[in-house]
Design a protein around this ligand. Structure first.
Ligand code: NAP
Ligand code: MN
Length: 259
């Protein structure tokens, strides 16, 4: 089998051991065309791995080994490496397919399309910004406040959750819009609740000015000052994550947040 690694700083020593073990067992290390990408780190490292292998997500399966703190995406511990490899060799694992959010960031110069595994956000920490929210090209509400988060089901337990958004079952092909500190008064009023949208819906964010605003996609950020509009929808692309058999999404939520 062909394996590649994505790792975060501090995991180099383990990486050497893992390399040796895979080669002893006759496996191939192939960074260009792997079947399995083993991710050593935390959720942040999974976000990076999904970006690095974005063009071949259909062909690869990701395996997360938790060297992080929370490890929502990482199902295995470093000590379980050999056990994990034998699960792979004997095909005794489950796959969970996590849908990616697709966005289109438009400026006067054109549009850029990208994908998020957790979420995209539009945030202005200094001034309140007005954001007009369109659902399927129809004006829905005019928001004024700090920003908007649009998350995937697997991202619903990240930033979205800190804002009081719902935790969404990863088996739903849906996406969620959550507010960051909206102003609600006689002039500006928003629904307030986070909203969950099914497949096929498109959210568009527009503003008289995005000056001073930041756009984020997972762990990356850039200026949104030149942005004219941002469109988002749940895409047909997935990452395939290797999990232990019988380790359900709700088990993982319980382990991460309640135990
Ligand atoms: P970070 O600031 O180092 O880590 C954010 C924290 O969220 C880490 O504890 C991370 O776990 C955890 N996390 C990431 N994805 C998660 C998920 N899907 N479910 C549950 N927890 C998750 O930043 P980072 O590691 O580069 O990750 C970027 C993410 O940070 C963004 O996608 C956003 O969701 C999140 N964020 C959260 C807030 C907030 O809650 N107020 C604000 C900004 C950004 P690990 O320790 O395993 O990496
Ligand atoms: Mn992190």
């Amino acid at each position: 089998m062909r394996f590649a690694f994505v790792y975060r700083q501090g995991c180099e020593q383990k990486l050497v051991d893992f390399y040796d073990y895979l080669q002893e067992r006759g496996h191939i290390i192939d960074y260009i065309n792997p079947e399995y990408v083993i991710v050593l780190g935390g959720d942040g490292t999974i976000l990076r791995a999904a970006r690095e292998y974005r063009d071949s997500l259909d062909q690869i399966k990701m395996i997360g080994i938790n060297f992080g703190k929370l490890g929502f995406y990482t199902d295995f511990l470093p000590d379980e490496f050999k056990e994990m490899i034998s699960l792979i060799e004997s095909n005794q694992y489950s796959i969970c397919r996590l849908p990616l959010l697709k966005y289109e960031f438009t400026t006067d110069q054109g549009s850029e399309i990208g994908y998020a595994l957790n979420e995209i956000t539009v945030v202005n920490p200094l001034h309140t910004q007005r954001i007009d929210i369109y659902i399927n090209n129809e004006m829905f509400e005019s928001f004024k406040g700090t920003g908007i988060v649009i998350s995937t089901p697997s991202g619903s337990t990240a930033y979205n959750k800190s804002l009081g958004g719902s935790v969404v079952d990863i088996n739903l092909k849906a996406f969620q819009l959550t507010e960051i500190a909206s102003i609600n008064n006689r002039v500006f009023a928003t629904l307030g609740s986070s909203m969950v949208f099914g497949e096929g819906n498109v959210i568009t964010l527009k503003s008289p000015s995005f000056s001073g605003t930041t756009f984020t996609c997972d762990d990356l950020h850039k200026s949104a000052t030149e942005m004219k509009e941002l469109r988002a929808t749940i895409s047909d692309r997935y990452i395939q994550l290797v999990t232990k058999k019988n380790h359900s999404f709700w088990d993982r939520v319980k382990k991460a947040f309640l135990e």
